[in-house]
Design a binder for this molecule. Structure first.
Ligand SMILES: [Ca+2]
Ligand SMILES: [Ca+2]
Length: 263
């Protein structure tokens, strides 16, 4: 099971996901995995290569089952700098999932950033010296690598607050709109929906990537491993669910895994 799953993850890591942008265009996003073997979180990272405003970039990321990247540790910052801020993006600003508007922060112009768009709390930060400064005309959205793009620093990957559409007037490659870094957790976590007493059932729910296939497993005894409950479940939205009967599946363990992308 573990070996098979690892193979599947690798296949997905090498695959390209095609997304339809709000403009109606399609765009390929190549994903790279921050491997657990390498001390990572197992999440996938890719660059949305069509420049857009911060909100549109976050919406696109959500449509793919992820968010703009949440950089919650020095290790994750280093992974992104080494693997994503390279080639074309070596000297370009890219949106990340930080915004100081409610519910993510203290409000417009507050410069208080408390929660990533993924929902994770903000602890680690890597703001450039003097940032976030809410520069005129007001800056509520964060980009990574801005100061290097503006030729104000040779350090890669420092953060800056900018306007919704990115900066103007600072020169170099700092003028908006920007491309964006997307982060997706393809290992879904199951949660239990409400119990339905009428038909003695409840609903298993998990975050999913649209057009990916999932398998739900169950186990009555963890020592004996898991069996397949249902497979080839095609996700049609970022949230997927499966009704199960408590009469049959009482006191069981559950897990869900991703299969190969829909052909
Ligand atoms: Ca993250
Ligand atoms: Ca700023």
């Amino acid at each position: 099971m573990m070996t098979n799953q690892k193979t599947i993850w690798r296949q997905i890591a090498l695959s390209t996901v095609w997304i339809i942008l709000v403009t109606g265009k399609t765009e390929a996003v190549d994903f790279i995995r921050w491997e657990r073997d390498a001390g990572g979180n197992g999440h996938y990272y890719g660059i949305l290569g069509s420049p857009t405003n911060w909100t549109a970039a976050e919406n696109t990321a959500v449509g793919m089952g992820g968010h703009l990247a949440s950089i919650t540790s020095a290790a994750e910052q280093a992974f992104i700098v080494s693997n994503l801020l390279v080639g074309t993006y070596d000297r370009l600003p890219l949106w990340i999932g930080l915004c100081d508007l409610v519910p993510y922060g203290g409000g417009a112009g507050s410069r208080i950033y408390t929660r990533w768009t993924s929902g994770e709390p903000v602890g680690f930060t890597y703001w450039n010296t003097g940032e976030p400064n809410n520069h005129t005309p007001g800056e509520d959205y964060a980009a990574i690598n801005w100061h290097r793009a503006a030729s104000q620093s040779e350090t890669k990957g420092t953060w800056n607050d900018t306007p919704l559409n990115g900066s103007t007037l600072f020169g170099g490659f700092s003028t908006g709109p920007y491309c964006a870094i997307i982060e997706i957790d393809l290992e879904p976590r199951l949660s239990l929906g409400s119990y339905n007493a009428t038909n003695n059932s409840f609903v298993l729910m998990w975050s999913s990537v649209t057009n990916h296939l999932y398998t739900v497993y169950f186990s009555t005894n963890l020592i004996n491993g898991f069996s397949v409950l249902e497979t080839n479940i095609l996700a049609t939205s970022p949230e997927n669910s499966l009704p199960v009967s408590t009469g049959i599946h009482q006191q069981m363990f559950w897990k869900v895994s991703t299969m190969t992308p829909e052909k």
